[in-house]
Design a protein around this ligand. Sequence first.
Ligand SMILES: Cc1cc2nc3c(=O)[nH]c(=O)nc-3n(C[C@H](O)[C@H](O)[C@H](O)COP(=O)(O)OP(=O)(O)OC[C@H]3O[C@@H](n4cnc5c(N)ncnc54)[C@H](O)[C@@H]3O)c2cc1C
Length: 428
Amino acid sequence: MPYQSPISPGRSWYEDTAGERPAYPALDGDRSCDVAIIGGGFTGLSAAAHLAKAGADVVLIEAHRFGDGASGRNGGQLGTGQRAWAEEMEAEYGLSRARALFELAEEAKAHLLEFSAANGIEIDYRPGQMSVAHKQRYVDDYRRHADIMAERFGYPHLSFMDAAETAQRLGSTAYFGGTRDTGTGHIHPLKLVIGTARVAAAAGAHLFEQTPATGIASGGGKVRVTTPKGTITAQKCLVAVNAYGGALEPVSAAHVMPIGSFIGATVPLGAGSPVIPGGEAVDDSRFVVRYFRKSPDGRLLFGGREIYAVSDPKDIHVGIRRQIAEIYPALKDVEITHGWGGYVGITMPRKPFVREVMPNVISAGGYSGHGVMLANFVGRLYAETVAGNRDRLKLLEDLKIAPFPGGRSLRAPLLFLALNWFALRDRI
Ligand SMILES: Cc1cc2nc3c(=O)[nH]c(=O)nc-3n(C[C@H](O)[C@H](O)[C@H](O)COP(=O)(O)OP(=O)(O)OC[C@H]3O[C@@H](n4cnc5c(N)ncnc54)[C@H](O)[C@@H]3O)c2cc1C
């Protein structure tokens, strides 16, 4: 029976193409260590790998299998900078802080590629990213953005595309213009998850799957994490549960909200297909963003959101095919072989949430759809922090993140209404 994540809908194409995948045991018995990590996605596993390589005694627990949350199931797009455009960050924080945050993200990008290369993790990296305007009124913003990136942020890899170039590079006339970024690209996320776990284990981290944390307590200079069959006593703890933490840690839960995002994989489109001939990844200007790219074997992997009830994974196929047909009418009847989803952890201002939530316990998540490079890097910054240098993690800790209004019971319906409103606005 093929494996299916119990916490995210549908079986992903990544599951079928990730290759050999070891299973890790469940924790059974009490342990003590330097650092306890809760959550086996990019953030937790990267922290475990870097900490263990630096000689720390690490125990990581994952409630299900590594990558079952967002990290093994996402769009694989690295992007550039923070989720908000650099000029928006400049308007909010001033040029020097915006530059520091931009450079941190550039380091995150370099770190992901260097870490995988140095540790022999094949992540199927493909270069190129296009961001495209679904309304004529946004085109000038993209043109200005390319100029600002070169002139004020020293980033030379972004070029503006007019409507004709956009149509040629996408194989679709659905967009009005955009930018092409040759300094970033896209990856197979589950291969990175599996490889990072392997590196962490080889460096001596103690990794456990099928082990949910049921409580965290901090006091007397120690942190105690409880699980169904054992307790972990540690000097420090990283909470890396992102959108999947439920009520485990209330401060994180108040600041990071799960929203579903869904992806469909088509059959291979064939060598002559006009769809994205250059192999770039694409994201668009909708607030409820659509993101797509071709896999190395020529499938269209297409992501979006407007699917509100998934009682059967085939619901994802139908919703995604409808969205594909709006951009590629010739694919209106294309066969979809895989449909899956996951929960993106978003924050109110769409910036990462990194905070010491109790003494010696840091929580990190809420990358708001921009975690492929950032989450992995935050794992490394956490390891740096444990080693005594908190300066770079502090750049993220200092971002002001307000909690969602409405508390745990009202915030989901409020967000649902807001997203519907934005989805409507995307159409007018
Ligand atoms: C469909 C989709 C598409 C996306 N596309 C992109 C993209 O193209 N580019 C991009 O940059 N970002 C994208 N993202 C976001 C990106 O995947 C995330 O930001 C990133 O993976 C977050 O990693 P993480 O380790 O913080 O969290 P996760 O990968 O979600 O890991 C959290 C883990 O914690 C575990 N956990 C929860 N509670 C407990 C507990 N009590 N005990 C033990 N373990 C627990 C969960 O089981 C889970 O495995 C996408 C997300 C989704 C869902």
